[in-house]
Design a protein around this ligand. Structure first.
Ligand code: PEP
Length: 259
């Protein structure tokens, strides 16, 4: 048995204003309290839009919630003339724990490259944030059976030159692009195949200790009805949940997949 604490992280994408964000986190925390959820057995995080972070922080602080929160992206720069960007320093000041880096929607719509993601990871870890590095193949790559080399190349590119000492809080999310927002979930075996390969590659790039400690999440149309099967796989340590995380009762059911 491994010692990794499963993580359920809700990626809200560009949804929910700051009032809705407060209500959603409140409802999530109440639902989990009713269920007597033990956050030390399954960790819970939400990744709201930047504009909601201060409201979520205020609520979490005021009610002493165990829900963690994070951002969906971060600048590679720490300050300066980068109009429209948000730095890791700013996020750290808001009590942010996690930051998603290289989500497929950012790779696709903002042309983010592995080299840029590498800089973003360095910026994040330098400020004590835990990067949730998103990797995964599109449908054409999957059809060609190239999902493992494709995903491992993304992992290697994003981590190039970063020493293990800076990756203590690294989380990797395997998100096959064809399963994101499509309702088409990977089979538990497909998820295991690539999540296992990611762990193996971390062992090759670094060492067994880092590979063993790093949480590898699956993401792509996770719902309360399919999460338990995916979580039964040995190398799947949680889920990055998009659409289903906007409904706090459904997300609470995902968190409570063992119940
Ligand atoms: C995501 O955006 O990270 C995601 C997995 O989305 P969905 O759960 O909606 O497929």
């Amino acid at each position: 048995a491994n010692t990794r604490t499963p993580l359920m992280a809700g990626n809200w994408k560009m949804n929910l204003d700051h009032h809705q964000a407060t209500h959603t986190v409140q409802k999530l925390a109440w639902t989990l309290k009713d269920a007597k959820h033990d956050y030390s057995t399954v960790e819970v995080a939400v990744l709201p839009p930047f504009t909601d972070l201060r409201s979520v922080q205020t609520l979490v602080d005021a009610d002493k919630l165990d829900v963690k929160y994070g951002a969906q992206d971060v600048s590679a720069h720490l300050e300066g003339a980068y109009t429209g960007e948000i730095s890791a320093t700013m996020l750290a000041k808001l009590g942010v724990t996690y930051v998603a880096i290289g989500h497929s929607e950012r790779r696709e719509y903002h042309a983010e490259t592995d080299a840029l993601l590498n800089e973003k990871i360095l910026a994040a870890v330098g400020q004590g944030l835990a990067p949730v590095l998103c990797v995964g193949e599109g449908l054409d790559v999957r059809k060609a059976g190239e999902q493992i080399p494709h995903t491992i190349a993304q992992l290697q590119g994003a981590l190039a030159g970063i020493p293990a000492t800076q990756l203590e809080n690294l989380v990797v999310a395997y998100e096959p692009v064809w399963a994101i927002g499509t309702g088409e979930v990977a089979t538990p075996e497909d998820a295991q195949e690539v999540c296992g390969a990611i762990r193996g590659a971390l062992g090759d790039l670094y060492d067994g200790e880092l590979a063993d400690a790093t949480r590898v999440l699956y993401g792509g149309s996770v719902k309360s009805s399919n999460v338990a099967a995916i979580m039964s796989q040995p190398d799947v340590d949680g889920a990055l949940v998009g659409g289903a995380s906007l409904d706090p009762e459904e997300f609470a059911k995902i968190v409570r997949y063992q119940a």
